[in-house]
Design a protein around this ligand. Structure first.
Ligand code: ADP
Ligand code: MG
Ligand code: MG
Length: 251
């Protein structure tokens, strides 16, 4: 579903991704772990097409197409969803407006009819319920005054509504307490754990992986994937830290 081949990318002229190769098949949840500054968020931003992140080499194929041929909004409309480490606030726009616009933009791009107000509210209620989020919160401005955990929940409601084929989730667990972590993790499972979908789940912590069980785990260090393994690799990292695993990979 997603094939990244020898990807190199720079930020502000500084090489960050240095030949990253990774494949995620349909039906797979692939966790990415790695030390701070390794390039995890850079990878997410490059996949999303964020300005300022310059691809200098390599290829990314998404559902058989060259991802870099698509503009960021076309990537989203093609079924790629990005969850951000730091979700942005959008003053003056309510979550309900934002989500309906986003859904209708996606539908328009796909040549589908816009959702009616009634249809949309039904969908929003269903997905908000899944994330145990009050509809009153969805009437508020996007992320304005939301706690870290509320921002992540709102983002997962957005994911539920857009129903993407593939999600890149960057530290979705950061800022979540234990209860919220369970809610968000269950939400990811129920929205994305499907045979025709895929997930790249960037996280530092096993506690999210206890809820969203990964099929594979890769370690990203200094702009490359240095190790890929099963769920047990994450448990080892939690126990031993990155150093031993990285030394092994270097050897
Ligand atoms: P991670 O998410 O793995 O902690 P990042 O991808 O955020 O790592 O960062 C990788 C490196 O790229 C860091 O050295 C960081 O300072 C640098 N970097 C990332 N984004 C920018 C940016 N917008 N401007 C300058 N440097 C950046
Ligand atoms: Mg980080
Ligand atoms: Mg990061």
């Amino acid at each position: 579903m997603l094939a990244i081949e020898n990807l190199t990318a720079e930020v502000g002229g500084k090489p960050i991704l240095k030949g990253l190769t990774l494949e995620v098949a349909a039906g797979e949840i692939h966790a990415i772990m790695g030390p701070n500054g390794a390039g995890k968020s850079t990878l997410a931003n490059v996949l999303g097409g964020k300005p300022g992140y310059e691809v200098t080499g390599g290829t990314v194929t998404f559902k058989g197409k060259d991802l870099f041929e698509l503009e960021p909004h076309e990537r989203a409309a093609s079924g790629l969803f990005l969850g951000f480490q730091y979700p942005v606030e959008i003053p003056g726009v309510s979550n309900v407006q934002f989500l309906r616009e986003a859904l209708n933009a996606q539908r328009k791009f796909r040549g589908e009819e816009a959702v009616s107000g009634g249809e949309f509210l039904k969908l929003a209620k269903e997905k908000a319920g899944l994330l145990k989020m009050d509809m009153e919160m969805l009437k508020r401005q996007v992320n304005v005054g939301f706690s870290g955990g509320e921002k992540k929940r709102a983002e997962m409601v957005q994911m539920g509504i857009l129903d993407p084929d593939f999600a890149v989730l960057d530290e979705t667990d950061s800022g979540l307490d234990i209860d919220a972590l369970r809610v968000v993790g269950d939400g990811i499972n129920s929205i994305m754990r499907k045979s025709d979908k895929g997930v790249l789940l960037i996280t530092h912590y096993q506690r999210l992986l206890d809820v969203v069980k990964p099929d594979r785990v890769s370690v990203l260090a200094d702009g490359r994937i240095v190790r890929t393994g099963g769920p047990d690799l994450a448990l080892r990292l939690e126990e031993e830290g990155y150093d031993t695993v990285m030394e092994e990979a270097a050897a």
